[in-house]
Each structure stands twice: as structure tokens, then as C-alpha cells.
Ligand binder design. Structure first.
Ligand code: ADP
Length: 477
């Protein structure tokens, strides 16, 4: 069953119960008030009749000062006559509770009569036929006799009024329920609209439309829920895109790796086949064997680089404070005076927080790439500068430069701008990928600025101190 129908049904049930109980109590209260009035009336009737009887008894000339049964009957009949046209009945009984006079239609049973006690008036409601009556009973004394007077007052109208009250109230309740059901239907449909919109959004997302967002139609808890849902959808969408990009990157990596493996292997297999199938002269024999050797070396270097990347990716940093002099000293030793490119070292003294061997590897890769991209005699600058965010390193060359499009991709594994040129220089497009992984471990990244034909700058920043751990909540945001 739909949620809006459930709300509607619960409201209808609640209203029906409330109206039912309320109506019953109200009609019953009115009925009881009327009955109380009728009781008082019945008591008044009984009093008047008692008084009238006693007065009449005094006025009847009695033999031997005794009130005869016949006189009682006569008075009863007179009282009856006077009350004609009303709904009043009476019955008179003697000391032995034997009936002396009874109005026509008076009940026959003597239950109430038997219960009359001295100076008390007793009551009961009886329902002998289709009518309802209030029956009263009291003791009267006239002359020397003690008699019993009973009255019956017709209160059928009060009962009918109650039945009519219930009927009117039931019809009114049905009308209220129908009208309020229609109103409640629209209210519940309006209230559950955010849920329907959320369901639609969830369905669209399940069908693959991750950019779909639920429309926010209120500012209450449902509005908050929609906002949270949309936020969650945004995070999910980003994660899915990241995962897709990662899967794509892995596929590209595998494709590039197989390709990089295939090229040298084809040459190795070709030259090996030549060596085993034919007798070659010494020079060709040497050239073939040399080709196999150099390609084998390239493969070895490539597999070692790959291993470095994988180890770096999985590894943890064993960082400590390092004097930048250690790094620049190492580079000065590597690219000293005798190098084909003039190296310029310009740096401020300072201390950084990182792993020296890994940072040496980054700077070595960048310096190596700068050499590969430059003609002999073109200068290469290695800079070190203290900045607010950390120690700034930069490797600058005036070589071939890199196009903007290539800049975006050169840190991908196996990406080479000029494949044949790179391969001829023993490259496999893994150097910058390794640098990126190492810098990621240091909480840093490569910044590349380059202009084709003018040169390139590869820069990065290393913190001075251990970075405080990011609290988990902030990290999620
Ligand atoms: P490789 O090991 O083949 O040099 P890298 O990942 O180090 O691979 O470099 C990827 C590509 O980026 C290279 O093919 C090269 O063409 C280009 N590259 C790297 N550094 C420079 C530079 N300083 N100037 C011009 N091109 C560069």
C-alpha cells in the first residue's frame, strides 16, 4: 500500500474513532441530563399525587374514622381523571401491598412495590412494551392507614431523542469523514511528494543516470533528507567517476605495458632467430647479439622502474628531517663540471621533512629528462627556495618544451611524447609516473609549466615539518 494511502487511512481511522467516541459521549450526556430532568419530574408528580391523595382522604366522610378500600379506589379514580391527557399512571396498594387501584396500562409486576421502605421514594426505569417509563414508589399515610402510591411517567420521547441523536450524529460523522478524507487525500499526497521525488531520483540513479538529483520542495526534515540524499549522490557520482577513471587508467596501463614489452621482444626474438638459423659473419653476429643485449637491458630497466612504482605506491614513507644540502650536494656530484650541459645550482639553505633517497630519485629523474630534452650546452637550472607553504624545488631547462596537451599526460605511466626518441634514449615513459607517486607520498605534486621550443620547468614543494594528520571528518568533506 502506498505511504500516502497509509497516512490517509490512519487519519480516517483516528478521526472515525475520535468522532465516534466524542459523539457517543455527547449524545449520552444530553440523554442523561434529560433523564435527570424526567426523574425530577417523576418525583414531583409523585409528591403532588401524594399530597392530593392525602388532602382528598381528609375530605371524604368516613365511617368509623377509617379510610375504606372503596374510598381509596374512588380517590385513585378521581386523581386518574384529573391527570387525563398526560402520560401519568398511578397505582395504589394497601398495607399488605395488595393493589387497590391501578391505572389502565400500569405494569403488573410488584418488584418496585415490594422494595418501598418507610419514608423513602424508590425509582426504576422500565421498558414493558415499546415504551419506556420511570416508575416511582412511595409510602403514604392517610387517616389511620399506611398505603403505597406508585406512579409511572412515560419517557419514551427521551429515548427516541437519544436514538435520533445517534442517527443524526452518525450521518454527520459520515459526512465529515467523506469531506475530510478528500482534504486529507490531497494533504497526504502533498506531504509525500518529497518521498516520490526521492524515489524517482534513486530509480534514475539505479538506471545509471548518476547526475540526476532530487528536486527539493520543502525546508523541513524532508527537505533536509533531500539535501542529504543529493549530497550523498554527489559523493557517489564522484567516487564512481574516480573508479571508472581508475579502471580506465589500469586498462591503459596494461595496454601500454604489453605494447612496450612487445616492441623490444619482437626485436629480441627476430635477432635470436637470425643467430640460431644462419651462420653470420663476425660483425653481423656482434650487432645481432648487441641488439639482443641492449633491448634486454632496456627491458630490465623498465621492469625495475615498474617495480619501483609499485613499491612506492604501496609503500610508506620513512621520512625524517633532511638538510637540503644533502640533495643539492648529490646532484652537484652527478652533474658536475664535466657534464655536456652546464648545470646551475641556486638554492637557499634549509631543512625539509621527507625521505632523502626518494627525493634524490625525483630530482635525478627531472634532471635526466631536462638533459634529454636539451641540446648540449643548453643550461639547466636547479633551484631551491624557501616559501610559506614549504621548500620549493624546480628543475628548469631551455630544451624542446612540451605541448599543453602532452603536459596533462606525461605523468601517466608509459606516456612518451616522442616514442622513438624516448626509446632510443632508453626511456619507457615511467620516470615521471614514479616521480608523481613519490611526491604523492610526501603530500606534494608535480607542477609543470612549459612552452614548446622554449623549455620547461618541473617544480614541487616539500613541507618543512611533519604534516599534522587531517581529522577524519575533515578528510571526508
Ligand atoms: P622517459 O623515461 O621515457 O623519459 P618520463 O616519464 O620521464 O619517461 O617522461 C615522459 C615523457 O615526457 C618523455 O617521453 C618526454 O618526451 C617528456 N618529457 C619529460 N621531461 C621533459 C622535459 N624536461 N622537456 C621536454 N619533454 C619532457
Amino acid at each position: 500500500m502506498k505511504f500516502s494511502y497509509k497516512i490517509l487511512l490512519s487519519c480516517i481511522i483516528t478521526m472515525a474513532v475520535a468522532l465516534g467516541i466524542g459523539g457517543y459521549l455527547f449524545v449520552n450526556d444530553v440523554f442523561e441530563a434529560s433523564m435527570e430532568r424526567e426523574m425530577e419530574q417523576a418525583a414531583d408528580d409523585s409528591n403532588i399525587l401524594q399530597f392530593a391523595f392525602e388532602t382528598a382522604a381528609l375530605n371524604i366522610p368516613a365511617k368509623y374514622d377509617l379510610l375504606q378500600n372503596s374510598a381509596v379506589k374512588e380517590i385513585g379514580a378521581n386523581l386518574e381523571k384529573r391527570g387525563q391527557g398526560t402520560t401519568r399512571f398511578l397505582r395504589l396498594s394497601d398495607e399488605n401491598r395488595e393493589i387497590l387501584y391501578s391505572s389502565e396500562g400500569f405494569v403488573e409486576d410488584k418488584d418496585l412495590l415490594a422494595s418501598i421502605e418507610k419514608q423513602t421514594r424508590v425509582y426504576r426505569v422500565i421498558h414493558p412494551d415499546e415504551h419506556y417509563y420511570i416508575q416511582t414508589g412511595t409510602e403514604i399515610t392517610a387517616l389511620d392507614r399506611t398505603l403505597y402510591l406508585e406512579t409511572m411517567r412515560d419517557v419514551t420521547a427521551v429515548y427516541k431523542e437519544r436514538t435520533r441523536g445517534f442517527l443524526v450524529y452518525r450521518n454527520l460523522m459520515l459526512l465529515i469523514l467523506v469531506v475530510s478524507s478528500v482534504i486529507m487525500f490531497f494533504i497526504s499526497t502533498w506531504l509525500t511528494r518529497p518521498i516520490r521525488l526521492l524515489t524517482k531520483a534513486a530509480k534514475n540513479m539505479t538506471d545509471g543516470d548518476y547526475s540526476y538529483r532530487a528536486e527539493q520542495v520543502s525546508r523541513d526534515e524532508m527537505g533536509q533528507l533531500t539535501q542529504d540524499f543529493n549530497h550523498m549522490a554527489g559523493v557517489l557520482e564522484k567516487n564512481i567517476h574516480d573508479l571508472e577513471a581508475e579502471v580506465q587508467a589500469r586498462e591503459d596501463f596494461i595496454a601500454a605495458f604489453s605494447h612496450e614489452l612487445k616492441t623490444p621482444l619482437t626485436a629480441v626474438i627476430g635477432y635470436a632467430d637470425l643467430l640460431r638459423s644462419r651462420k653470420l659473419d663476425d660483425e653481423k653476429h656482434f650487432l645481432s647479439a648487441n641488439y639482443i643485449y641492449t633491448e634486454g637491458k632496456r627491458l630490465e630497466a623498465m621492469s625495475l622502474r615498474l617495480l619501483d612504482i609499485i613499491v612506492t605506491k604501496r609503500g610508506e614513507l620513512t621520512a625524517q628531517e633532511i638538510d637540503v644540502e644533502v640533495l643539492f650536494g648529490y646532484l652537484k656530484d652527478m652533474y658536475g663540471e664535466q657534464h655536456k650541459n652546464p648545470f646551475v645550482f641556486q638554492y637557499e639553505p634549509g631543512r625539509i621533512y621527507g625521505e632523502a633517497d626518494l627525493l634524490k630519485s625525483v630530482l635525478l629523474n627531472l634532471a635526466d629528462n631536462a638533459c634529454k630534452a636539451s641540446e648540449p650546452d643548453q643550461p639547466i637550472e636547479i633551484l631551491g627556495e624557501k616559501r610559506k607553504e614549504g621548500y620549493f624545488f624546480a628543475v628548469q631547462d631551455e630544451g624542446v618544451g612540451i605541448s599543453e596537451e602532452d603536459c596533462q599526460r606525461i605523468t601517466e605511466a608509459f606516456y612518451m611524447v616522442d616514442k622513438s626518441r624516448s626509446r632510443s634514449r632508453n626511456g619507457a615513459g615511467l620516470g615521471l609516473a614514479l616521480c608523481s607517486e613519490i611526491l604523492k607520498l610526501h603530500g606534494s605534486a608535480l607542477e609543470i609549466t612549459s612552452t614548446l621550443g622554449e623549455g620547461s620547468t618541473f617544480a614541487f614543494v616539500i613541507p618543512y615539518k611533519r604534516q599534522p594528520a587531517v581529522p577524519e571528518e575533515e578528510a571526508v568533506m
